[in-house]
Design a protein around this ligand. Structure first.
Ligand code: SF4
Length: 104
């Protein structure tokens, strides 16, 4: 059976989803990349939490409300933490790529 190009993700999207699926169940060893400046960072903004939320939306388990869209745009903590990602993932980019594919 030939894959349907309309529903087959691009290689870039496949890679983004692969990284997000891994990250969603990772215990955040990249937390060490966050500066010790006293800034409070919500657990919900950590890479694995954001990856999990993004996948829940792309899988249709969470409705893409305005609040959820705003949450998915908050990549500042991810940008800091992923500098210490031992897997070399760019979760912020993967998340942006996945969100760009969501209905507007
Ligand atoms: S960014 Fe890397 S280290 Fe951090 S939670 Fe995701 S996969 Fe794990």
């Amino acid at each position: 059976m030939t894959p349907d190009p309309a529903t087959t993700p691009s290689p870039e999207m496949s890679e983004a989803l692969r990284q997000l699926r891994f990250c969603a169940f990772c215990p955040n060893p990249c937390r060490s990349g966050l500066p010790l400046d006293g800034t409070a960072r919500a657990e919900s903004t950590m890479p694995s939490a954001m990856a999990f939320l993004c996948l829940a939306v792309t899988d249709g388990r969470v409705v893409l409300s305005e609040e959820v869209r705003d949450q998915l745009a908050r990549t500042d903590t991810i940008e800091l933490a992923q500098r210490e990602c031992p897997y070399g993932f760019d979760i912020a980019a993967a998340l942006r790529a996945a969100v760009a594919e969501l209905p507007q």
